[in-house]
Design a protein around this ligand. Structure first.
Ligand code: FES
Ligand SMILES: [Fe+2]
Length: 346
C-alpha cells in the first residue's frame, strides 16, 4: 500500500555526521526535497538545494567559512539561507534567500526538521545513545532502498520474518515466528510509537551470535524495541544460556541497535543503522563481524522488500490477508495516518 502523505513536523535523519565533509557540501533528498548540508560554526546548516537566482543546485557550489557560495553566478548564502553577497551588485534584495531547515545533531545522527520551523522540538529526538557512547562499539551503516518507507517500517515491526528471511543470519530458528510479542503504545512525551517485546525461549544460538560467542546449549533470546515516529527503531536484544539465573548476564550476548528510515521520495528510502556490542566484549574483530553480518542480513531484507514492492506496484488496488503478526505494523501505520491527517487539517 502506498503512502498518502508524510509526517512533516518531526525530525528525519539526513546523514551520519561523518558523511558531512569538513570543508565541502553534502546533498541528500528528504521527502522529495533536495537539501544541501554543510558545517557552520559549531553545528550544521541545511538549505534547500536550489539557488533563488536561477535555480542552480547549491550543492554544486562551495563552502566559504560558515557560508555557501553558489557555483553558478556566485551568490553567497549564510547558514540561515539569507543571501549576503551578490558579486558586482551592492544591493541584496530582501527576497534573495533560500529555505533553511532546522538541524540537530544527536549521537552522530544529523536530523532535519521538515515541517514548520517554529514547531521544531528537540524533545522529539529519539534516544539513539549507543550510536555514540564509550560503552558501546559499532560501525555505522547506510543502505538505499528503491521502495516506499512504510514497507521497511512493516518489516521492522514484525520480527517473525527473522525465521525465514534471515534463517542463515539473524534468525536461526522458526521459534521466533512462533512467539507472540507484547505490543504497547508509546504516547510520549517524546516521539510517539509502538513498543514491541518478544521473548523466544530455548532456541539454538543463531549463526549471527556464533560469530562472536560459542554456546554449547540452547539459549533464551529477547528483542525489546521502541519503534518511533517517523521510523526509528531503538532496540535492546540478546540471548543467554537456558536455565541460568535470570539476573545473571555474565554469559549473555547483549546488543543495542539504532535504525531509522527516512523517505527520499514516495518510492525510495534512506536506511541508517548500527548494531552495538558493549565495549570490551569479544575480541577486536567483533565490531567488524557484527557489521558484516548486519549488512548481509539487511540485504536479505532489501531483496525481499524490493521484490514485494514490485509485486505491489503491478496492482496496488489488491488488498492483504491480515494475520496476528501484523498487529504492531498496523498500529504504527494507523498512528502515521493520524499524524498526517492532523497536520493536513491544522
Ligand atoms: S543560479 Fe546561483 S548565483 Fe545564479
Ligand atoms: Fe529483517
Amino acid at each position: 500500500m502506498l503512502q498518502t502523505g508524510f509526517i512533516r513536523n518531526c525530525w528525519y535523519v539526513i546523514a551520519w555526521d561523518h558523511e558531512i565533509p569538513t570543508d565541502g557540501l553534502f546533498t541528500r533528498t528528504v521527502l522529495c526535497e533536495p537539501i544541501v548540508v554543510f558545517r557552520s560554526g559549531t553545528g550544521f546548516a541545511a538549505l534547500e538545494d536550489r539557488c533563488c537566482h536561477r535555480a542552480a543546485p547549491l550543492s554544486k557550489g562551495s563552502k566559504e567559512g560558515d557560508a555557501l557560495r553558489c557555483g553558478y553566478h556566485g551568490l553567497k548564502f549564510n547558514a540561515q539561507g539569507r543571501c549576503v553577497e551578490i558579486p558586482g551588485q551592492d544591493h541584496v534584495p530582501s527576497n534573495a534567500c533560500v529555505r533553511s531547515y532546522p538541524v540537530a545533531l544527536k549521537n552522530k545522527w544529523v536530523f532535519v526538521w521538515m515541517g514548520d520551523p517554529a514547531k521544531a522540538d528537540l524533545t522529539l529526538l529519539p534516544d539513539n545513545f549507543s550510536c555514540d557512547s564509550p560503552d558501546w562499539q559499532n560501525i555505522p551503516g547506510y543502505l538505499h532502498y528503491d521502495t516506499n518507507q512504510l514497507l521497511i517500517c512493516d518489516n521492522l515491526l514484525d520480527f517473525s520474518h527473522l525465521s525465514y528471511v534471515h534463517a542463515a543470519t539473524l534468525g536461526g530458528s522458526t521459534a521466533i515466528a512462533q512467539s507472540k510479542p507484547r505490543i504497547e503504545r508509546i504516547a510520549g512525551p517524546g516521539p510517539q510509537g509502538i513498543r514491541v517485546s518478544r521473548h523466544v525461549p530455548d532456541v539454538p544460538s543463531p549463526p549471527f551470535y556464533q560469530r562472536f560467542k560459542s554456546y554449547t546449549t540452547n539459549i533464551d533470546r529477547w528483542f525489546i524495541y521502541d519503534f518511533l515516529v517517523p521510523g526509528t527503531l531503538i532496540m535492546k536484544s540478546g540471548g543467554k544460556p537456558v536455565g541460568g539465573d535470570p539476573n545473571d548476564f555474565s554469559d549473555a550476548v547483549q546488543l543495542h541497535s539504532c535504525q531509522t528510515v527516512t523517505p527520499e521520495t514516495e518510492h525510495s528510502t534512506h536506511y541508517f543503522f548500527q548494531q552495538s556490542h558493549p565495549t570490551g566484549s569479544g575480541d577486536a574483530s567483533v565490531t567488524q563481524k557484527i557489521y558484516d553480518m548486519l549488512v548481509l542480513a539487511f540485504n536479505e531484507d532489501r531483496d525481499m522488500i524490493t521484490a514485494q514492492s514490485q509485486v505491489l506496484e503491478r496492482d496496488p488496488s489488491r488488498g492483504f490477508v491480515p494475520i496476528s503478526h501484523d498487529a504492531a505494523l498496523n498500529q504504527f501505520r494507523q498512528l502515521v495516518r493520524r499524524l498526517v491527517e492532523a497536520e493536513t487539517l491544522a
